[in-house]
Design a protein around this ligand. Structure first.
Ligand code: FO1
Length: 314
């Protein structure tokens, strides 16, 4: 069994590569829920949905989130009623069905992990998706203008505001969802997807017990750097790393995650950083990491799974 610790779009592409090279039913994805939000009374889990839609071959290929061929009648009608204040977070008509279903089931008392399994089955996924926790954990970003929820920062402000601090509300009291610790303990390989290390991997590590379980398997944990040539392929990971006192480089990622990471796969353009990664106590593997096509995602997945046991014992 392979355990993959996941954020959103980058992780979805990594998983789409992995299912091409191993039996998909042998993959357990542990997914960030710090991005989750409640809007219009609906429970929205963007990273879980991005992964579900991608693996189902149903994701919008232009955005990497939401459904392909989506229509927007509900948003247009809502915009007429409430303006942009109500519609900055765009929910397509078919995507809305996912949130209606999730919200209804949670109100009936189902756990998020149960609803996630139901949605994955409805979309025909062979991969097992687990939210990191059934308890609410919310990523909150501190800015000069006050605190913002993750989606306010990411979508409403288009991540164009400087961040001074990040906290994961609810994390201290959260328990790993059923199956999360078992997946980490029993996996033959553990992959940290090329997700934002601060706001996608960070919340998963903040759930008590998860970082400890990963640290105990550190030699078998292989990450893929989401920073290539000093820049994030998508989103604000590069700026967040710098704003929070780190460095926007593969070496900066290695230093931040060195407690749980045995090996870091870095891009060819960052070959010169391999020595610096290794001086953080993390073995470096250099290959093409940009998953611009399914064939490239497949090659990266092969390289990740071929990685020898990394540094750190355990
Ligand atoms: N991202 C945007 O940039 N704008 C949106 O309006 C938006 C809506 C949205 C709706 C459902 C969903 O599952 C994801 C959505 N996303 C949107 C993506 C999401 O904000 C981010 O990709 C993740 O939270 C970051 O991993």
């Amino acid at each position: 069994m392979i355990c993959v610790v996941c954020g959103g779009v980058g992780a979805a592409r990594m998983l789409a590569g992995l299912v091409q090279v191993v039996d998909p039913s042998s993959i357990v994805a542990v997914v960030n829920t710090g991005d989750d939000t409640e809007l219009h009374g609906l429970s929205i889990s963007p990273d879980l949905d991005t992964i579900t839609y991608t693996l189902a071959g149903a994701v919008n290929p232009e955005t990497g989130w939401g459904l392909a061929g989506e229509s927007w009648q509900a948003m247009s009608a809502l915009e007429r009623l409430g303006g942009a204040d109500r519609t900055w977070f765009r929910l397509g008509d078919r995507d809305l069905a996912t949130h209606l279903y999730r919200t209804g089931r949670l109100r009936e008392g189902a756990a998020l992990s149960e609803v996630t399994a139901e949605l994955a089955a409805a979309f025909g996924l062979p991969v097992r998706l687990l939210p990191m926790s059934d308890d609410p954990v919310r990523t909150v970003l501190g800015t000069a203008g006050g605190e913002l929820s993750f989606q306010e920062y990411f979508v409403k402000h288009r991540h164009a505001v400087a961040v001074q601090a990040v906290r994961f509300e609810g994390a201290e009291a959260a328990r790993p969802a059923p199956g999360v610790l078992e997946a980490i303990e029993q996996a033959t390989a553990i992959v940290l997807a090329p997700s934002n290390p601060v706001v996608s991997i960070g919340p998963v590590l903040a759930v008590p017990g998860v970082a400890e379980a990963l640290a105990a398997r550190r030699a078998d944990v292989v990450g893929v750097s989401p920073i290539v040539g000093g820049a994030a392929l998508k989103g604000p990971a590069d700026r967040l790393l710098v704003e929070l006192g780190g460095e926007a480089s593969a070496a900066g990622v290695a230093r931040l995650l060195s407690g749980v990471l045995g090996t870091l796969v870095i891009d060819e353009v960052d070959r010169h950083l391999a020595v610096e990664v290794e001086s953080a106590g993390v073995r470096a593997i250099v290959t093409d990491t940009v998953m611009s096509t399914p064939a490239r995602a497949r090659r990266l997945a092969e390289a990740v799974l071929a990685a020898p046991a990394g540094a750190g014992g355990g």
